[in-house]
Design a protein around this ligand. Structure first.
Ligand code: DGY
Length: 319
């Protein structure tokens, strides 16, 4: 039987590309540039399957122009806000994602952002790096202590729970908002809040771990920032769409929040140029899942989904 034709839109890990080349007639975008709408439409006629990242946008308009050849979009991401699932399903195209395997890497990055934001990592690094560190005093760069503080988690899915596990190592008091309350063995003592508003009232540190959907767009707006305890620290490793960035700047200016740690932005790549002037915003360029181990695991999970699909089985991560 001839191999299925597969397009891989970005430079995935070497182990992933080697495995894909063994089992598929694969074309890889070695230039590693985001796939454009025209490229996606052309690929739908030339390939049976596509492995994209969150950088390729399968809008309803793009999907409407697809040929009937492509049968599956096996995402190399847990987030699928770049895919119009309704449009893809209506065309009979299967869609999968890569949950679980990136939870620890993303939770590690959330911890880095939380600690870095709380302890002046941006200003501290710069002052040493530039040779501007010329004095010390007990009043110098005093930050906010994480140990024992109250942590609010919005979205207690796999990443939220992995973050809670790491935060327990810092003796944090964990509170969460989720669409439904977790069973006791998953909550592990965390306090459930039925509304985001209730959670915000106790969140000395707030970390966002929910998907971007029409309901969660601008979840953190001016009104909600105002509900946080004064001087709270806000961390976002989920999606930029969750935070109204103008409201975040207002909340910082009013000292309603003392700092933010952000891996995701409304505009990506690029981020928000207005953030650059603020040392109390610790920023990274959407690299939550970027560890070698996790990149291999994401690639293999996407390929596992493809293999199952073409073997006539239901892929484990079918959406
Ligand atoms: C994800 O998997 O959704 C990450 O944001 C990387 O794409």
């Amino acid at each position: 039987m001839s191999k299925k034709r597969l397009w891989i839109t970005r430079r995935l890990s070497d182990a992933t590309l080697d495995r894909a080349a063994k089992d598929y007639d694969v074309v890889i975008n070695h230039e590693d540039t985001p796939g454009t709408a025209d490229q996606l439409i052309a690929a739908s006629a030339e390939f049976d399957a596509i492995i994209p990242c969150h950088s390729e946008h399968f809008s309803a308009d793009v999907v409407a122009q697809f040929s009937d050849r492509v049968k599956i979009v096996a995402n190399h991401s847990v987030g699928v806000d770049h895919c119009d699932l309704t449009a893809l399903k209506a065309r009979g195209i299967a869609v999968t994602n890569t949950p679980d395997v990136l939870s620890d890497a993303t939770a590690e990055l959330a911890m880095l952002l939380m600690l870095g934001a709380a302890r002046h990592a941006v200003a501290g690094d710069r002052i040493v790096r530039t040779g501007a560190w010329d004095s010390w005093s007990p009043a110098f760069m005093v930050g906010k202590q994480v140990t024992g503080a109250r942590l609010g988690i919005v979205g207690m899915g796999r990443v939220g729970r992995a973050f809670a596990a790491k935060a327990r190592g810092f003796d944090m008091e964990i509170h969460y908002y989720n669409r439904s309350e977790l069973p006791v063995d998953q909550a592990k003592g965390a306090t459930y809040h039925q509304t985001v508003e209730s959670l915000l009232g106790v969140a000395d540190f707030l970390s966002l771990h929910c998907p971007a959907t029409p309901e969660t767009t601008n979840l953190m707006n001016l009104k909600r920032f105002a509900l946080l305890p004064k001087g709270a620290v806000v961390v976002n490793t989920a999606r930029g769409a969750l935070v109204d960035e103008a409201a975040l700047l207002d909340a910082l200016a009013a000292q309603q929040i003392s700092a933010a740690g952000l891996d995701c932005f409304q505009v990506e790549p690029g981020g928000n140029p207005a953030f650059a002037a603020h040392d109390n915003i610790f920023m990274l360029p959407h690299i939550g899942s970027a560890t070698r181990q996790t990149r291999d695991a994401m690639g293999f999970r996407a390929l596992d989904n493809l293999d199952a699909f073409f073997a006539g089985q239901t892929p484990g991560d079918l959406l």
